[in-house]
Each structure stands twice: as C-alpha cells, then as structure tokens.
Design a binder for this molecule. Structure first.
Ligand SMILES: Cc1cc2nc3c(=O)[nH]c(=O)nc-3n(C[C@H](O)[C@H](O)[C@H](O)COP(=O)(O)O)c2cc1C
Length: 171
C-alpha cells in the first residue's frame, strides 16, 4: 500500500486592486511548486475584481470571503503559509492595526499567531504609499516577520511578478 503524502496548504489572500484580475497566474505557479491552494478574497475583491468561478475551478475549492456559520465545518485546512497578493493600502493598514473586520484580514491577523510564513505583494500607488500610516504599517508588519516584495512600479508593460511571493516563502 502506498502512503498518501499531503501537500502543504497555501492560503492566497486577494485584495481589491486592479491587478487581481491576473491572480490565476499566482495560483498556477503555486500549484506547479506543489502547493495545495485555497483563496480568501476581501468582499470588495470577490465582487468583480477577478474571475471567482475560474479561480474556484482552478483550486477545486470555493472562494472564501465571509465567515462560516458556527455549525459549518472549516472549509480549508489550517495554512502552512500565507500569501497576500495583491495587497491593498486598505488591507495592509487594517492588518497592521489588528482590525479584523473581514475574513481576509482576520485570517492575516491570526496567521501571525500561528507562526506560519507570510509573504506580501503590495500594489499601492506612490501617492497612497506616502501616507505615514502606511509606512508605520510596513514597519510594524516587517517587525512581525512578514516578508514584503518591493513596491510594484506599475506602468505600461510592467510585470507584477506574482512568483516573488512564492520565492519569499522559500519554496
Ligand atoms: C479599478 C480599481 C482598482 C483599484 N486598485 C487599487 C490598487 O491597486 N491598490 C489599492 O490599494 N487600492 C486599489 N483600489 C481601491 C480599493 O479597491 C479600495 O481601497 C478597497 O476598499 C480595498 O478593499 P480591500 O482592501 O478590502 O480589498 C482600486 C479600486 C478600483 C475601483
């Protein structure tokens, strides 16, 4: 009898930035690196920022965006690692402040306590990134061990670099 080897489980947290439309690239790359993937989207992201049906089909699991009811079983196993991509100004600031008002941010807040690696691909315009609250959030989250990719420059032809998130996890 052959022993079934369980793949490590990666949570991909998707926020409401325009680039989220391409998040399928990250999911495919993660699966190629042998991660099992479950997607948790912010409510805004889940409402039109990416093709939720295609992503659910790709992962073989429903997209999570709202809390389960108390009687429901946990839809995903606990995470072995978490990626936030794209990460918005709003979610980064709420996460750093511990304001767990969406399942996505609550999951991020909890991931720190679980001690799993967390990688972030921020997608924040320079004008927003200049806000002191955002700079404070980055300092706080980096101090918690969260791994950040460099800021996304944007502009025509710029590649978002989805695989950086997986590189930051060290797989
Ligand atoms: C088309 C569109 C593109 C957006 N792109 C970004 C973005 O790249 N980065 C960002 O921080 N916010 C962006 N926003 C604003 C966010 O969607 C907004 O702040 C939202 O409240 C973020 O919610 P979330 O962090 O819960 O996903 C965009 C909004 C729209 C309508």
């Amino acid at each position: 009898m052959t022993e079934q080897v369980q793949k490590p489980f990666l949570y991909v947290v998707v926020c409401a930035a325009g680039i989220a439309a391409d998040v399928g690239e990250l999911i495919t790359a993660a699966q190629e690196r042998d991660w099992e993937v479950g997607v948790i989207a912010t409510p805004v992201a889940a409402n039109g920022f990416f093709d939720t049906a295609a992503v659910a089909a790709r992962t073989g699991r429903p997209i999570r965006s709202a809390w389960r009811t108390p009687g429901e079983p946990r839809p995903f196993p606990p995470p072995d690692a978490v990626v936030v991509a794209p990460a918005t100004f709003n979610t980064v600031n709420k996460w750093a402040a511990g304001l767990a008002d969406t399942l996505a941010v609550a999951t991020l807040c909890e991931a720190y306590g679980l001690g799993v690696p967390i990688a972030v691909l921020p997608c924040v315009a320079d004008a927003l990134a200049a806000h002191p609250a955002y700079q404070d959030s980055l300092i706080r989250l980096r101090g918690m061990g969260v791994r950040f990719a460099p800021p996304f420059a944007g502009g025509p032809g710029a590649e978002f670099g989805w695989e950086q998130a997986l590189d930051l996890l060290g797989r």
